[in-house]
Write a protein of this length. Structure first.
Length: 368
């Protein structure tokens, strides 16, 4: 956008100067061209080009002033004074622009018979240069306002997009939590109602088997008891599955961090909600064990807990800044052994480093 703005300013500048130079050629109707006219024309074009190409304002002003004084040696220079007036005005040097007009009126060249016509063309040229410069300046201001408006609009759209994304994530999280709560409620309902009914039925069948005297009913009661026990086991497994799926890994990890008061913990959680149950319990158990080991064996003052999900794997990193870290792979404690067994059962890898504190780095590949 800034490049387009500069491009638009350059086009306006050269268009205005070109029109003023063309206007100055009207003097050729009553002033025969000569070497002086050619020198004045080339000098004017050079000053116009330098007025845009030269970055230092002082240099540009010096060139304009020298061009103005060129009129003392080459009178045809006054023909292009409207261009000089425009350049001064463009540089916000209104005082020098006024001096250029007065100098023009004082040093009008030519004979008396065309002095009035020459002065009239010159004054009209000054007016034309004034309005052209003002119009170009206003156009640049409008372009700048348009650019800022477009930038503000893009910024607002970006901010709105970010807010919409945050709102969508919040809604998804609320739906996710509501789903977990509903699963827990269903699990409780099954356990409290259906489970109790089945338990009562199993007890009643057991009592009926004890008091039964009819040999023909024994096999039937045995089949009924087996069916009820099978239904009870199926319901128990379903309740456990519902409860396990309802575990919110992020909330559990945050709860462990809040309960860990040994030192400060910085937690970074970057995982989706569709984490397999086995991975959830693996990370929860390892986090508990790592926190326990820190309290028992470390003098750390800071712990960093990172849980991340990548396209092909899950990652857990627990690191402290303790200075007395020691680890012997051949003499691992029960806690480390349990960690390794859990990770290996899921096909993952566990790495332990002690160069800067104690660091546990775990990766578990995604299945399918």
């Amino acid at each position: 956008m800034e490049k387009n703005e500069k491009e638009g300013g350059r086009v306006g500048y050269f268009l205005d100067c070109g029109l003023l130079v063309f206007y100055s050629f009207l003097s050729l109707f009553f002033l025969p061209p000569g070497a002086g006219f050619l020198i004045a024309f080339l000098s004017c074009v050079s000053v116009i080009c330098c007025g845009y190409a030269v970055r230092k304002k002082a240099v540009r002003l010096i060139l304009c002033i020298l061009f103005g004084f060129l009129g003392l040696a080459v009178p045809e220079t006054f023909i292009f004074y409207p261009c000089l007036f425009y350049l001064f005005f463009h540089e916000k040097m209104r005082g020098l622009a006024a001096v250029a007009v007065l100098f023009f009126l004082w040093k009008i060249p030519g004979s008396r018979e065309n002095m009035g016509l020459f002065a009239m063309i010159g004054v009209f040229g000054f007016l034309l240069a004034f309005f052209m410069e003002r119009n170009t300046a206003k156009s640049q201001i409008l372009e700048e306002k348009l650019r800022r408006t477009q930038d503000d609009s893009k910024e607002r759209n970006l901010l709105l997009s970010q807010k919409n994304k945050a709102l969508q994530e919040k809604q998804d999280y609320e739906i996710y939590n509501a789903t977990l709560k509903e699963r827990n409620r269903i699990a409780r309902e099954i356990h409290d109602n259906v489970g109790h009914v089945l338990s009562r039925s199993i007890l009643m069948v057991g009592a009926a088997k004890i008091i039964n005297k009819d040999p023909g009913m024994t096999a039937m009661l045995k089949n009924l008891e087996d069916s009820l026990n099978h239904a009870m086991n199926s319901i128990r497994n379903s309740v456990h599955d519902l409860h396990d799926e309802a575990v919110n890994l992020e909330e559990v990890e945050k709860s462990l961090v809040r309960e860990f008061t040994f030192c400060s913990v910085q937690m970074v959680y970057d995982m989706t909600r569709e984490v397999p149950r086995e991975v959830k319990y693996c990370f929860i158990s390892i986090t508990k064990e790592a926190f326990a080991n820190i309290m028992k064996h470390s003098n750390a003052t800071k712990v960093q807990l990172i849980l991340r999900e990548h396209p092909g794997l899950y990652q857990l990193c627990i690191e402290d800044n303790g200075t007395d870290a020691f680890y012997d792979p051949e003499k691992s404690g029960i806690g480390i052994v349990n960690m390794k067994e859990r990770v290996n059962a899921l096909g993952g890898t566990i790495q332990i480093f002690t160069d800067k504190g104690f660091r546990i780095f775990i990766t578990i590949p995604k299945c399918g």
